[in-house]
Structures are given as structure tokens and as C-alpha cells.
Ligand binder design. Structure first.
Ligand code: NDP
Length: 293
């Protein structure tokens, strides 16, 4: 799989993500074999040059690099056990979302079966693969990753290897995606409030970059405070943030908008205040949540 040679690749799983992965490999010139439980999902890929394998074993036998994108770890276990000894000596890159513990257990399984195992996390939507915005994170077998790297660059030029712990990519994924999931509710609530005040959600859009632009700085400041286990109130205190937060809750309650998400956050603020951390910076919320070392 040296640079310049288009490595043959097999993709197991042709859901929205797996199909996009296969399509991206094909677009980059990789001979691509595909397999999916529901065989008809291979048809569109065959039309653009993929080879459709009749079984998992046949698919695995067709390439030195196997990329997996299935619903969850249970599906991965079922599909890989069907491949049997055909996997021996292959580089397996599993892009299925998993917990760090599932990734580490899958690595032990791979070790027993003679597979170079790389666990990956896709921090992109299917349409983003192969574009400059796509980010994929990998961890596990370094030799497996280096072997697969030239082909994986087709999916993301920004693909990053995070180290030998197979659970590390999944841990980065979960930590970063938690920011996304909670922001999703922020977006939903913000638009709900705007509409209740007679403002179209679209009127907010031009102002969102200013807010989102604060996030990297907040992440860096919070990380630094937790690493130093020192929580100076450089820009705001927990007490004053809680006051602003309470005002916000009042506005939502006035419009009859569900305050459940805010109330859960309010509980964390109150625990911090009850513990005497009112004069601290916001990084203090991390240990109050049970985080830190
Ligand atoms: P889909 O639901 O579109 O596809 C799921 C795939 O898993 C299908 O190929 C399905 O086969 C297969 N599958 C499910 N159960 C089994 C089983 N028991 N045995 C064999 N195959 C099975 O999901 P996505 O493609 O969207 O997601 C795939 C992975 O990518 C997930 O882990 C997801 O978290 C991750 N991901 C997805 C993103 C996205 O935006 N879509 C973004 C980032 C990560 P069949 O077609 O036969 O049902």
C-alpha cells in the first residue's frame, strides 16, 4: 500500500456512511469491493465501478484493507465473525461508532485473529467525506494505520492518528460529539424562543458565527483550568453566570417552552454554588460534574 498505488479496498456496510465511504474510495481511484446485508444497496455503487461481493468472506478476500461502517458494535461482531479466517493478515479499519471499551474489546478480538486493527471515528456527515472539511480520527495499531494511511487520506486529508490505545479515537469522538449534541438543544431552544418572540429563526443566523466563535476559546480556557486544577474567574464567576442563566430560564418559562434542558444545567450550577464555588470561573463546573482526574 505504498504512496502512489491505489490500494484495493473492501467496504463492509453500505448504509448512508458506508455508501459514501465506498463512493469516495472509488472517486479516488481505489479498486473497491463492497458488501452489505441488504444486497440491493450495492447496486448504485456497482454502477460507478464497485465490485459487489456475494459474501463477507469473498469481500474480505478481495483487498488487503477492510473498512467497516455498520450500525453498531453488535453488527460489527456479527459481520466480522462471518468473515472468519479470511481476515488474518488484513488491516481492518472500523469506522463504526463505538464506546472506548467496545473498541478495546474489538482490538483484543482482532489480536487473536491476526488482524491489524485500527479504530476510527468519523467526525463528518457522509456528504463531507473527501472534502477539506472532513475530519476522521484513528487509534490502535500504528503499523496498520501507516499502511492504510495513503488510502484513508481519500476520506479525509485531515485524518489524524491519536495513538496506540484502540479506545482513544472513540473517546475523542464522544468528548467532541457531546459538545455537538448539547449544542443541538441550544439551537432548537434558541429558535423556539425567537419564534415565540415573533422573530424568524433565519433572522438569528447571521449572528451565530460570533457566538460559535467563542467556543474554541472557552474549550481552551476550561481545559487549562482543569489541567491546573485552578479555577480563576478571569471573565465571569459561577455566581454571576447563574444569575444570567436564571433570567434566561424565566424568559423560556414565560413562553411555555420546555425548560427541562435548562433545569438540568441549573442543577449543576446550584451544586457548584452549594459547594462554595460561586466566586470561581466556569471551569469549576467540570469537577462538579464528576470530571477531572
Ligand atoms: P445506517 O443506518 O444508514 O446503516 C447501517 C448499516 O449497518 C447498514 O449497512 C445496515 O445494513 C448495517 N447493519 C445494521 N445491523 C446489521 C446487522 N445486524 N448485520 C449486518 N449489517 C447490519 O447508518 P450510517 O451509515 O449512517 O452509520 C454507520 C456508522 O457510521 C454508525 O456507527 C454511525 O454512528 C456512524 N456515523 C454516521 C454518521 C452519519 O452522518 N450518517 C456520522 C458519523 C458517524 P442493512 O442495509 O442491511 O440494514
Amino acid at each position: 500500500m505504498s504512496s502512489g498505488i491505489r490500494t484495493p479496498v473492501t467496504v463492509l456496510g453500505l448504509g448512508l456512511m458506508g455508501s459514501a465511504i465506498a463512493k469516495t474510495f472509488l472517486a479516488a481511484g481505489h479498486p473497491t469491493t463492497v458488501w452489505n446485508r441488504t444486497a440491493a444497496k450495492a447496486d448504485a455503487l456497482v454502477e460507478i465501478g464497485a465490485k459487489d461481493a456475494a459474501s463477507v468472506t469473498e469481500a474480505v478476500g478481495a483487498a488487503p484493507l477492510i473498512v467497516v461502517s455498520l450500525l453498531d458494535d453488535d453488527a460489527v461482531a456479527k459481520v466480522l465473525s462471518a468473515a472468519g479466517p479470511a481476515l488474518r493478515g488484513k488491516v481492518l479499519v472500523n469506522l463504526t461508532s463505538s464506546t472506548p471499551e467496545q473498541s478495546r474489546a474489538r482490538a483484543e478480538w482482532a489480536d487473536v485473529h491476526g488482524v491489524s486493527y485500527v479504530d476510527g471515528a468519523v467526525m463528518a456527515v457522509p456528504q463531507g467525506l473527501g472534502t477539506p472539511d472532513a475530519l476522521l480520527l484513528y487509534s490502535g495499531s500504528e503499523s496498520g494505520y501507516r499502511t492504510a494511511e495513503p488510502a484513508l487520506k481519500a476520506l479525509s486529508e485531515k485524518g489524524t492518528y491519536l495513538g496506540a490505545d484502540h479506545g482513544r479515537a472513540a473517546a475523542f469522538d464522544a468528548a467532541l460529539v457531546s459538545v455537538f449534541w448539547l449544542s443541538l438543544f441550544g439551537v432548537s431552544m434558541g429558535i423556539a424562543l425567537a419564534e415565540a418572540e415573533g422573530i424568524r429563526g433565519s433572522e438569528l443566523v447571521p449572528f451565530t458565527p460570533a457566538l460559535i466563535g467563542l467556543m474554541p476559546g472557552l474549550m481552551a480556557q476550561t481545559a487549562a483550568q482543569v489541567e491546573a486544577d485552578h479555577y480563576p474567574a478571569d471573565d465571569t464567576t459561577i455566581s454571576s453566570a447563574y444569575e444570567a442563566f436564571t433570567t434566561l430560564r424565566t424568559i423560556f418559562a414565560h413562553h411555555g417552552i420546555d425548560t427541562g434542558v435548562l433545569d438540568a444545567s441549573g442543577d449543576v450550577f446550584r451544586r457548584a454554588l452549594d459547594s462554595g464555588y460561586g466566586a470561581d470561573g466556569l471551569g469549576r463546573l467540570v469537577p462538579v460534574l464528576g470530571g477531572g482526574r
